[in-house]
Structures are given as C-alpha cells and as structure tokens.
Write a protein that binds this ligand. Structure first.
Ligand code: PMP
Length: 453
C-alpha cells in the first residue's frame, strides 16, 4: 500500500520535531493527506476534527481559497525578494504596515522572521543591542516564567522552561533566570487572583534584586502560557508584571506566538491586557500556518535607540527568507479573513467551547477547565481533592492522543495529563459540540484504562 511505503520512508529518513526518535522508529508516523475547514483526512481515509489547528496555528482553517489564491498569485509574480541591499517587496511592506496598525500602542516596526523560535531569538539580540546602544552593555541577564515556552533555538530554549528542551543540549542557562508561573490550579499561594498577582510581583522584584537591576536586559512572558499546559493568568497579572518592568526599567517582551491573531479573542492578547510591550513576538496565526513566517514588533522607542546606536553601521541581524513575499502575501490574505468575520466567529465559538468543556467538570477525571477564546485546557486528575495527576504508567500523552484519534478528534495531550484545545477560528457550532462530545468519550475510555488509578 502506498501509505505503508511512505510511512517506511518517513521512519527511515525523516527526523521529527519534538519527538522520541526511538519511539518514532517503533511507532512510525500517521500521515495526513488533505484538509478542509476544521477537518483533516489521514491516509486511511479517516476524517478527523482538528481541535488543535495543526500546532495552534491554522487559525483561519484549512483550504481557504482567499489565502491559496494570494499565495499562487505571488508565486507567479515574484516568488522571492531579499530584504538585503535595501531591496523589498510590496506584500512585505503592506503587511508590516497593516500589522503595525493592529498592534497595541507604538509597536510600529516589524521585523519578519521565519517562525516563532527565531523571532524570540531576534528579540534577545535586539535587547542586547538596545542596551549596548544605551551604554549599558552589562545588561545581559534575562528572566522568563516557569512552564513558559519560547521556542527551541539555542538561546530561546533557555527562556523556555520545559526540561526536555534543556537536557543534554548545553543551553546557555547561566544568564537566563525564571520566576514561578501563575498556574492557579496548582499555585502554592492558592487560587485567589490577588494573592497570585502579589506573589508574582514580589518574586519578580526579588529576582531582579538578586541579579542586580543594572544587569537585567529583559523579561519575557506569554499572555497565556501555551505549551506549559494552557495556563491562563488571573486578570491583571500581565499588567502587574508589565508595571514592575516599567518601574525597574527592564524591557518587557510579550511572546504572542500562540495568543496572536484571534486565538484568545482580539487580534493580540496584549490589547486586552491594556499594555504595550517593548517588543512582541508572533508567528503561527500570522500566516495561519500555510507557509512559515514570524514577526517581531518593536516599539518606536526600542527601534529608535537601536537605529541611533548603530548610526550608519549595519545592524547585523537577518535571514535569507526574512520578509518572504509569498509568506507576506499569505499573511495579508489571512488578515483579510480575520478582519472580516473570523475573529468574531472565534469569540463566539470560543465561548461555546469553554462552556462545553466546563460541562465536563462532573466527569470523575476532570480536575480543572480553563481557557480564553479558542484556547482551552482540561486538566485530568485521579483524585479531585488531592489533585493527583494521572500516573506516568498510564502514558497520558500518547494513550489519550491515540484514543482521541480513534474518536476522530485531534487534541494536544500533554504528558502531565492536560488536554489542550486550539481549534481553527472558522469552526461551526456543530464542530465545537463534536469536539466536546468526542472529548467526553475519550475521557470515559481513559477512565476505563486499568493503569489510571
Ligand atoms: N513562542 C511560543 C509562545 C510558542 O508557543 C512557540 C511554538 N509553539 C514558539 C515561541 C516557537 O515557535 P516555532 O515553533 O514557530 O519556532
């Protein structure tokens, strides 16, 4: 069978991202062959609801003709243009301008990267350059948040606080520091919003004091922590972190790689928080995952300091595919869709999804349900009172994913027994209801697993 031979090619030659290499050799890959709307079809003809929009990225849904036509047109007209040598292209310039229009406050300058990891990496370089330009090159220390994810580049993996991204890689951790997550469900200070905010404010201040304020370059956060298990901070937490950074004159970087482009409701989650970061990173929904692209937004202030600091000299940061015209054309087309109804639909469907998942709270395995917009999680426990996580022997990540798959649903199953949801914003009411129903079935099957005790 064709699909079997492809699986063999994949097994023998394709190194998969964030995977057990030995596990993949054993299990092989499931092949996806086509997709439309919120449904993807695998090589066995199984139609699955994609409750995770690929990797929280296909915000516009699959098969959007408007995007496909924009990409095709651009491929014919001008498939490549470098941004080096003072060259440019129309779609890149237009996309930068439209993004600046949508971005909070004075985030008026956009650098296009290839994805999220190199966007984060770029902000580390820009932060260093900024402080160098200000005559404070000793500001070389960075702070981020436990359970955070900021990519898997050599440097950004250090801001990421997930052990698998550090172990054995020699990540430069000595100048990268962490404070505790707000993680309300398991916060030692309890679940009271104000107590969590006060504890985080105190911890950030203490961390800065410990390092020395004159040494700290920047603080990073995700408006909602994604890969750490969809951890939604209390209202006001992001703004509180922002005001500590302002007061202590530390650059504040918001990583909106997941939360951008309507994932939590508005175009950018920071707008809802009422703050303007010094820099902001995005990717994923920027092109709805159709082609690779990320973007770093720089505030007027940060841009001007770096520009003045370098003067006539080159700011040596760039990639061959930065501001790629085809990616930019796709980004413009995705924005058209977001602006013309998709974000509004996402808000409505997000409310329905969260309400549906909250209805699962009576299930014996459901300890916590959280989310905002089309971003949600269900945390499973074996004892609700003690909040006991599912045992590792029940292999939550693989077995729950497999069960959901057999129920024709794709969700993220995190190792600690948290189910993650990020459906395309184009979902219909029926599709949202199906996601919830298939989740219930998956939970019932998980409860029947003898290793779940
Ligand atoms: N930052 C955040 C918040 C992310 O969620 C991710 C990817 N999941 C990244 C950065 C890295 O993006 P990429 O995988 O495109 O390199």
């Amino acid at each position: 069978m064709l699909s079997n031979s492809i699986v063999e090619l994949d097994r023998a030659h394709l190194v998969h991202p964030v995977a057990s290499w030995r596990g993949h050799e054993k299990a092989g890959a499931r092949l996806l062959v086509s997709a439309k709307g919120a449904t993807v079809t695998d090589s066995e003809g199984r139609a699955l609801l994609d409750g995770f929009a690929g990797l929280w990225c296909v915000n516009a849904g699959y098969g959007q003709d408007h995007i496909i036509e924009a990409a095709t047109r651009q491929l014919r007209e001008l498939p490549y243009a470098t941004g080096y040598f003072g060259l440019g292209s129309e779609p890149a310039a237009r996309l930068a301008a439209r993004l600046a229009d949508h971005a909070p406050g004075d985030l008026n300058h956009v650098y296009f990267s290839l994805g999220g990891s190199d966007a984060v990496d770029g902000t580390v370089r820009f932060a260093r350059h900024y402080w160098h330009s200000k005559g404070q090159p000793q500001r070389d220390q960075f702070i981020s948040v436990m359970h955070g994810y900021h990519g898997s580049s050599t440097v950004g993996a250090g801001l990421t606080a997930l052990p698998a991204f550090h172990a054995g890689f020699g990540v430069p951790l000595d100048w990268q520091h962490k404070i505790s997550s707000h993680y309300a469900y398991r916060n030692p200070v309890g679940q009271d919003d104000q107590a969590i905010i006060a504890a985080s404010v105190a911890e950030l201040r203490a961390k800065v004091a410990e390092i020395g304020a004159e040494r700290v370059a920047a603080f990073y956060l995700e408006p909602i922590q994604g890969s750490g298990g969809v951890l939604v901070p209390p209202k006001g937490w992001v703004a509180a972190m922002h005001s500590v950074c302002k007061e202590l004159e530390i650059l504040f970087v918001a990583d909106e790689v997941i939360t951008g482009f309507g994932r939590t409701g508005p175009m950018f989650a920071c707008s809802e928080e009422g703050i303007v970061p010094d820099m902001m990173t995005t990717a994923k929904g920027l092109t709805s995952g159709y082609v690779p692209m990320g973007a770093i937004f720089l505030s007027d202030h940060v841009f001007q300091i770096i520009a003045d600091g370098a003067g006539a000299a080159t700011v040596g940061h760039g990639q061959t595919y930065s501001a790629h015209p085809v990616s930019a054309a796709v980004g413009l087309a995705a924005l058209d869709l977001y602006e013309n109804g998709l974000l509004d639909n996402g808000v409505k469907m997000g409310a329905r999804l969260l309400a549906g998942l909250r209805d699962l709270a009576d299930h014996p395995l459901v300890g916590d349900v959280r989310g905002r917009g089309m971003l949600a999680a269900v945390e499973l426990v074996t004892d609700k009172g003690k909040k006991t996580p599912l045992p590792a022997a029940a292999f939550p990540a693989t077995r729950i994913f497999d069960r959901a798959w057999r129920n024709r649903l794709i969700i993220r199953a995190f190792a600690q027994g948290v189910l993650g949801y990020a459906p395309p914003l184009c979902c219909t009411e029926d599709e949202i209801d199906q996601i919830v129903e298939r989740t219930r079935l998956t939970l019932d099957q998980t409860l029947a697993d003898p290793d779940v005790r």
